[in-house]
Design a protein around this ligand. Structure first.
Ligand SMILES: Nc1ncnc2c1ncn2[C@@H]1O[C@H](COP(=O)(O)OP(=O)(O)OP(=O)(O)O)[C@@H](O)[C@H]1O
Ligand SMILES: [Mg+2]
Length: 464
């Protein structure tokens, strides 16, 4: 039977817990996220979005309205239900105009969730499992039929129910975040929160307070006490993404949480106990980081209790046709593309390509091809140059002898500039526009990449 999925956004823990229980009773799995961010992959799996109407500044509310509008375009027909504390009628009207489907007042976590909301959950029809893939090719949002990915599905089924710490490894774009969600959903904590933290994207000085919270006055600007993500994840799972990027000081603090399940807030001395399952992920080789003295060995062993490795897409090519079909179907369902089939030559080229950006790169390419398509069939000529058999392999071993200098000479600086632009565009394409990852692919700091983009006037949006 297909499971109904509700994505619950921006609710404080007590509200989320109440919702989790009520939704489960109605056959609905809950995934939790802090913001209505339409780029988050979890929304693709949702049958309903339930969101607390922001009661913060006008700027936060505006960005919420923008997100509702984007979600409306990206997933037409997806119900977005809002709860509010009943104070700001003006905001409710604006939210409904932006595309919110329905709303109800819910101001106290001790009260049960509004009956109107629960009716939505009850009457929901689940989407067909990831676009009607044959049973067995899809596992909690992860698609695949290769022996390698099936091993991962089996491992998740086995270890999901345990409370052991898990370390997910694999190149960028292989599906580590999806694996974490699958682990959470198969665990007994699935009704509890799943709180993601991207340790690589949060500046070091903020990460400690983000993870562990802070007391009022702990540092300049800490005007109120705030709970950290470990506390938010109590009773559920915390996903420490890009864990290799943690500073040595935070590594020590994390080790203590792993050993004793306790910590203090920044600027506080009260010890806080939590019941949290830790799932960490990295696309780096942590053993190398340990050998280089950048990552604590004791922490590595504590995290790596159960390793889950996601093989790169080029090592599970059997999954490529399934992924291509499933990603295309998303657009067909919304009538956004005339594309129906992929010619055998084009599929062979897609299968032969090494996919350095893995599933994310494939997903982005299919999205672009679907939107640009004018015919029902995708042919080899429709694919970008690099998929044609004569194109260089693109893994850093290109034969540069094919570059020749014409008689009239070249402008070396301008030529190098063009190559640099192309490589930057390619890295952004492979990383789905995420500058952090693109910088990693190019071996640059994020700030260096951002400066280059500014200087070159390269627009990320244009490239995607
Ligand atoms: N097996 C899969 N089936 C369906 N979609 C997938 C699969 N693997 C990855 N994806 C999709 O590819 C994209 C990248 O996946 P995800 O964010 O989980 O990768 P990641 O390993 O966490 O990458 P990074 O290291 O860059 O953070 C997402 O949109 C995700 O939905
Ligand atoms: Mg990730």
């Amino acid at each position: 039977m297909d499971v109904k999925r509700a994505v619950v956004c921006a609710f404080p823990p007590a509200f989320a817990q109440a919702l989790g229980g009520a939704l489960r009773e109605r056959g609905c799995e809950m995934e939790r996220t802090e913001r209505l961010d339409p780029t988050w992959a979890g929304f693709r799996r949702a049958d309903v979005v339930i969101c607390a109407l922001p009661d913060e500044s006008e700027a936060v509310f505006r960005s919420f309205l923008d997100s509702v509008q984007v979600m409306r375009i990206a997933r037409d027909g997806l119900p977005i239900f809002c709860t509010c504390n009943g104070v700001d009628v003006g905001r409710i009207v604006q939210a409904v105009k932006a595309g919110v489907s329905d709303f109800a007042v819910w101001s106290c976590a001790e009260d049960p969730p509004p009956p109107r909301l629960l009716r939505w959950a009850e009457e929901l029809t689940p989407r067909k499992s990831a676009g009607g893939e044959p049973a067995g090719d899809s596992f909690h949002g992860l698609l695949g039929r290769s022996a390698a990915i099936r091993k991962v599905f089996d491992l998740i089924s086995k270890v999901g129910a345990t409370t052991s710490t898990i370390l997910i490894t694999g190149e960028s774009g292989t599906g580590k975040e999806l694996v974490c969600r699958a682990l959470h959903q198969t665990s007994r904590r699935s009704g509890g929160p799943l709180i993601p933290v991207n340790c690589g994207a949060i500046p070091e000085e903020l990460l400690e307070s983000e993870l562990f919270g802070h007391e009022k006055g702990a540092f300049t600007g800490a005007t109120t006490a705030r709970e950290g993500r470990f506390q938010m994840a109590d009773g559920g799972t915390i996903f420490l993404d890009e864990v290799s990027e943690m500073s040595p000081k935070l590594q020590v603090k994390l080790l203590r949480v792993l050993q004793e399940s306790e910590f203090e807030r920044v600027g506080g001395n009260k010890t806080i106990h939590v019941d949290v399952r830790i799932v960490a992920a990295t696309n780096r080789d942590l053993e190398k980081s340990v050998a280089a003295g950048e990552f604590r060995e004791d922490l590595y062993y504590r995290l790596n209790v159960i390793p889950v490795h996601l093989p790169p897409l080029r090592e599970r090519k059997e999954d490529i046709p399934l992924l291509v079909q499933s990603f295309t179907r998303r657009f067909q369902e919304k009538d956004l593309t005339p594309l129906r089939t992929v010619h055998a030559d084009a599929m062979a080229a897609l299968s032969a390509y090494p996919w350095p950006g893995n599933v994310r790169e494939l997903e982005n390419l299919v999205e672009r091809m679907a939107i640009l398509a004018e015919q029902p069939e995708l042919c080899l000529e429709d694919l970008p140059e690099r998929f044609r058999p004569s194109a260089p392999a693109g893994r850093g071993e290109e034969d540069l002898s094919s570059f020749d200098i014409p008689e009239e000479g070249i402008d070396l600086r301008e030529f190098m500039d063009r190559i640099e632009n192309q490589l930057i565009e390619r890295a952004l394409e492979m990383s789905g526009g995420v500058k952090n990852r693109a910088a990693q692919l190019l071996g640059l700091n994020r700030t260096t990449l951002v400066e280059k983009l500014k200087k070159k006037n390269l627009e990320v949006a244009k490239l995607l």
